[in-house]
Write a protein that binds this ligand. Structure first.
Ligand SMILES: *Cc1c(COP(=O)(O)O)cnc(C)c1O
Length: 362
C-alpha cells in the first residue's frame, strides 16, 4: 500500500486503458474500438473499487453503464456541453450563482470515476480548468464581499479528490467569512471511492460545522459494505448526509429499483434529497427518460415508503431547479377541495374561500 493509504492506491491505480478494464469485464475488439472513438471526445477513468462492482458478462450492468464509455455517447444531436448556461452565471472564477443566497463553487476538475452522465464534462478531466492560488483568492474575495451568500456548496469535479490539507485550507478560509453560515460538499467518493472517507478526513471536517455533504448513489448495487462504512464515519462526525441521484434510462428508471435504493440509503443514514432529470447534456441521449417516468416514480414512492426517503424530483435549468411532482389536488369545488391519496382514494376537505378573490380556484 502506498503512502497515504488505500484511497491513494485507488487513484494511482485508476483504470484508464481497455487492457486494464479487460481484467474486470469482457472487452470485445468492437468494444475496444468504440471506447477509443469515444475517449477522444469524453474522457474516462474508473477506480479499481468501482470496477470490482461490475458484472463481468452483463452489458446491462448499472455500474458498467455509468462508468464505461459507450458508442451511443457520440449520437446525441440535442445535447449541449453547458445546458445550465453555468459559464454565463459565473461572477467569479469557477463560481456559479443562480440563487439569491447561495452559490456552487467548483473547486476541482477531477473525480475518482468520470461518470458518463457527468453534468460538468466541460471542465472535468480537462486541462483548461484554473484552480490556481489566484483563481482561489479571487473566488474567496467575491464570497467575502457578497454578504447575501450564506450557503456555499463546494463541488467540482469532486472536492474530496484533494488531500485533507487542501480541503482544510478551503474550509478554514470560508469559515473566516462571517456571513457564510453553512458549507456543503458535493462528493461522489462515498459511492465510487469510499476509501477516501478516512477517520482523519472526518475528524478534520467536523471542525468546520455546520457542514453538510451530499453524495450520489444511483443504484442499489452501489450500496456496499465499504460505502456503508464510509457513510457511517461521516454521519458519526455529525455531518448530515443527502443523496442526489440522476434518473438514468436502463439503470434506475424503475420504481422498484428506486424504492430499493431509497430504502437502502436511509438504512445508511443518507437522506434521499434530489432525483435529477437527466439534462440535455452532450453524450447522454441514451440515458434520458421522459419527465413522466420520473413523476411516476415519485408517485410510487410517496406513501409507499418512509416520507423522508422520498426525494424531490427536479429539472435543473439555467433559472434554478424546478420541482416536478404528481398532483394530489384533484379539484376545488366552492368551499371544499378534493384530494387524491397515495392509493388513489379521494378525500373531500372543507377549505375556506378567499374572500378577496372568490373566483380564484386551484
Ligand atoms: C443546485 C445548486 C445549488 C443548491 O441548490 P439547493 O436546492 O439549495 O440544494 C446552488 N447553486 C447552484 C448554482 C446549483 O446548481
Amino acid at each position: 500500500m502506498p503512502f497515504g493509504g488505500e484511497w491513494k492506491y485507488q487513484i494511482s491505480n485508476s483504470i484508464r486503458k481497455t487492457d486494464e478494464l479487460g481484467k474486470y469485464i469482457s472487452i470485445t475488439p468492437e468494444k475496444d474500438e468504440d471506447i477509443s472513438a469515444v475517449e477522444s471526445e469524453f474522457s474516462w477513468c474508473i477506480t479499481p473499487y468501482y470496477a470490482n462492482l461490475m458484472e463481468r458478462n452483463d452489458s446491462q450492468c448499472p455500474i458498467i453503464k455509468q462508468a464505461v464509455p459507450d458508442i451511443t455517447e457520440l449520437h446525441d444531436p440535442l445535447g449541449v456541453m453547458d445546458p445550465l448556461d453555468e459559464e454565463k452565471h459565473s461572477p467569479a472564477p469557477n463560481i456559479v450563482k443562480v440563487y439569491p443566497d447561495r452559490i456552487a463553487w467548483c473547486v476541482s476538475n477531477s473525480c475518482a470515476v468520470l461518470c458518463r452522465h457527468c453534468l460538468r464534462k466541460r471542465m472535468v478531466g480537462r486541462e483548461s480548468f484554473d484552480f490556481s492560488k489566484e483563481a482561489r483568492k479571487s473566488a474567496l474575495d467575491y464570497i467575502a464581499r457578497t454578504p447575501e451568500i450564506r450557503d456555499v456548496l463546494l463541488t467540482g469535479g469532486d472536492p474530496l479528490i484533494y488531500d485533507d490539507g487542501m480541503i482544510e485550507e478551503i474550509l478554514a478560509r470560508l469559515r473566516a467569512i462571517k456571513h457564510v453560515e453553512i458549507i456543503r460538499i458535493g462528493s461522489r467518493t462515498p459511492c465510487t471511492m469510499p476509501q477516501r472517507i478516512t477517520e482523519g478526513l472526518c475528524s478534520m471536517l467536523k471542525k468546520y460545522h455546520p457542514l453538510w455533504l451530499n453524495t450520489q448513489f444511483n443504484h442499489p448495487k452501489e450500496l456496499t459494505r465499504e460505502a456503508t462504512e464510509a457513510c457511517n464515519r461521516l454521519a458519526d462526525a455529525g455531518i448530515p448526509l443527502g443523496n442526489q441521484s440522476v434518473l438514468l434510462r436502463g439503470i434506475n428508471d424503475d420504481p422498484k429499483i428506486m424504492k430499493e435504493l431509497v430504502r437502502g440509503l436511509v438504512k445508511m443514514r443518507v437522506r434521499p434529497y434530489y432525483i435529477y432529470q437527466c439534462q440535455t447534456l452532450s453524450g447522454t441521449a441514451h440515458f434520458r427518460t421522459p419527465i413522466e417516468t420520473g413523476i411516476e416514480i415519485i408517485r410510487k414512492l410517496r406513501g409507499f415508503t418512509t416520507g423522508f426517503a422520498v426525494p424531490t424530483y427536479v429539472l435543473d435549468t439555467p433559472y434554478g431547479k424546478v420541482p416536478m411532482s404528481p398532483n394530489y389536488i384533484v379539484d376545488r369545488d366552492k368551499d371544499a377541495v378534493y384530494l387524491r391519496n397515495f392509493e388513489g382514494k379521494i378525500w373531500r376537505e372543507p377549505n375556506p374561500m378567499d374572500e378577496n378573490s372568490p373566483d380564484a380556484y386551484i
